[in-house]
Design a protein around this ligand. Structure first.
Ligand SMILES: [Zn+2]
Ligand SMILES: [Zn+2]
Length: 155
């Protein structure tokens, strides 16, 4: 499937499931790594990860397209288009879109790092959690301007 076919597919889904035409551009973007699809607020275009098609097939990609079209139509209508908006959730359920911009298996999502270090003020004892190693000499306590010491959190 190429971009032209994807465009026709998105237009068709838009009319069939939303009753409103899709008037912007849909294309494949192989650089989307972990997300299935993406909707651009500025250009109103939709990008689909071609790897989704290979991994999950057309049924799943159709759900991803519906998900992106929920963002699209609600945004253009000036309604709640974000994941947490009730209007988004309701529309997604109605058209049976995928709940998330689905991630591909085997490609780890960027995880939030755990706090592995803490800077402790030698003067007042205030602790500052850090995810990466920092040079304590470069910082001072925000509360009392005291000297900080770096501790590694084990585990
Ligand atoms: Zn989304
Ligand atoms: Zn302090």
């Amino acid at each position: 499937m190429d971009d032209t076919q994807l465009q026709a597919w998105v237009e068709e889904i838009s009319l069939r499931s939303f009753g409103v035409p899709f008037r912007h551009q849909a294309s494949f973007n192989p650089r989307l790594r972990t997300t299935g699809g993406r909707y651009f607020l500025k250009s109103h275009n939709i990008e689909i990860n071609p790897a989704q098609l290979q991994t999950y097939g057309t049924d799943e990609v159709e759900k991803i397209i519906k998900h992106e079209l929920c963002h699209y139509h609600l945004h253009l209508a000036g309604r709640g288009y974000k994941h947490r908006d009730p209007e988004f959730k309701a529309l997604l359920q109605k058209v049976e879109g995928s709940r998330y911009c689905q991630t591909l298996p085997g490609k780890a999502q960027r995880r939030t790092l755990p706090y592995r270090y803490k800077l402790i003020c030698v003067q007042c004892g205030t602790e500052y959690m850090r995810k990466r190693k920092v040079d304590p000499a470069r910082y001072r306590c925000g509360r009392c301007s005291g000297v900080l010491k770096l501790h590694t959190i084990k585990g």
